[in-house]
Design a protein around this ligand. Structure first.
Ligand SMILES: [Zn+2]
Length: 200
């Protein structure tokens, strides 16, 4: 069971590329009743909700992006807020694909990189209960690979495939067809291949 946490805390500023806190390897959450964890998860969920309200998109944010060096992620795939704590990838598909990725910590950039098409994940929720998601669909898989990287201080720009693979968003938008033709998958795009079934 997932307990919904209302975003009672105020949103925090999202740290931007260059901030050393984005490069921290975060520590596991061990005390699920610690006031610092409760405050932190409330702030993270409030930050995601605020971003979604202002920009109309934004599916997830990781704790280090607001300066909390702990391994948890706030996620909302449109079906309400969810907290992913201490996630571990238990399986990755052999199949990989290329895509243009973006990040709230460098919103004006797109980065061409490679992700596994599917992963399985073991994680805890905000109460500490364990969950397993098997062979997730493409959209959720690539999102979680991005967020898990944040927990290790790794950013999408680190995974750029070559020197043509970091692009300003305005250039991308102006020449969208050319850039889309360079990848296998586009986030939220009608031109994206059908995602395989899975949960959530
Ligand atoms: Zn990011």
């Amino acid at each position: 069971m997932t307990t919904e946490i209302p975003p009672v805390e105020s949103p925090a500023p999202v740290l931007l590329l260059g901030d050393p806190l984005l490069r921290t390897v975060s520590a596991p959450v061990t005390d699920f009743k610690a006031p610092a964890f409760e405050l932190g998860r409330g702030r993270l969920q409030a930050t995601l909700a605020d971003f979604r309200r202002k920009h109309g998109f934004g599916r997830a944010i990781s704790a280090p992006q607001i300066g909390i060096a702990r391994r948890f992620i706030a996620m909302d795939l449109g079906d309400g807020p969810r907290l992913i704590v201490n996630p571990v990838v238990t399986w990755s598909s052999r199949e990989r694909l290329t895509m243009w990725d973006d990040c709230m910590s460098f919103p004006s950039l797109l980065v061409r990189l490679e992700r596994h098409r599917s992963i399985s994940l073991r994680f805890q929720d905000e109460t500490g209960a364990y969950h397993e998601w098997e062979r997730l669909d493409l959209a959720t898989s690539e999102l979680l690979q991005h967020e898990l990287d944040h927990l290790d201080g790794v950013l999408a720009v680190d995974r750029a495939l070559d020197r043509e693979s970091i692009v300003m968003r305005e250039v991308f938008d102006a020449q969208r067809l050319r850039f889309v033709a360079m990848v296998d998958y586009v986030i939220g795009g009608a031109d994206a291949p059908a995602a395989s079934s899975g949960s959530p």
